[in-house]
Design a protein around this ligand. Structure first.
Ligand SMILES: C=C(O[C@@H]1C=C(C(=O)O)C=C[C@H]1O)C(=O)O
Length: 93
C-alpha cells in the first residue's frame, strides 16, 4: 500500500522531469539560434543587462510560486552560463 503511494508520487516526478528536459531542449534550440545570429552580426555572446532582468523576473515568479528565489537564481545562472559558452563557441566557428 505504502509502496503504491510512493510509486504514484514517483510517476508524477518522472513526468515532471521529462517535461523539464523537453523544455530545456527547446530553450537551448532557440538560444543556439540566438548564438548564430549574434556571431553573424558581431554581437557579444553575453548581455548582462538582459540577464539581470531575467533573473529578477524569475526571482519574482519563484516567490509567487512558493519556490526559493535563491534556487531559481542559481538554476537560471547555471543555464545562462552554459548558453554563453555556446555563444562563445559559435563566435569562434
Ligand atoms: C540568449 C541570449 O544570450 C545570453 C543568454 C541569456 C539567456 O540564456 O537567457 C540571456 C542573455 C545573454 O547573456 C540573449 O542575449 O538573449
Amino acid at each position: 500500500m505504502t509502496e503504491d503511494v510512493l510509486a504514484r508520487y514517483r510517476q508524477s516526478i518522472d513526468n515532471i522531469d521529462a517535461a523539464l528536459i523537453y523544455m530545456l531542449a527547446e530553450r537551448f534550440k532557440i538560444t543556439q539560434a540566438v548564438g548564430r545570429y549574434k556571431a553573424e552580426n558581431g554581437l557579444p555572446p553575453a548581455d548582462p543587462g538582459r540577464e539581470e532582468r531575467q533573473i529578477e523576473r524569475l526571482r519574482n515568479l519563484a516567490g509567487d510560486a512558493d519556490l526559493d528565489p535563491e534556487f531559481s537564481e542559481k538554476f537560471l545562472r547555471f543555464v545562462i552560463d552554459e548558453v554563453i559558452r555556446h555563444h562563445q563557441k559559435a563566435r569562434e566557428e
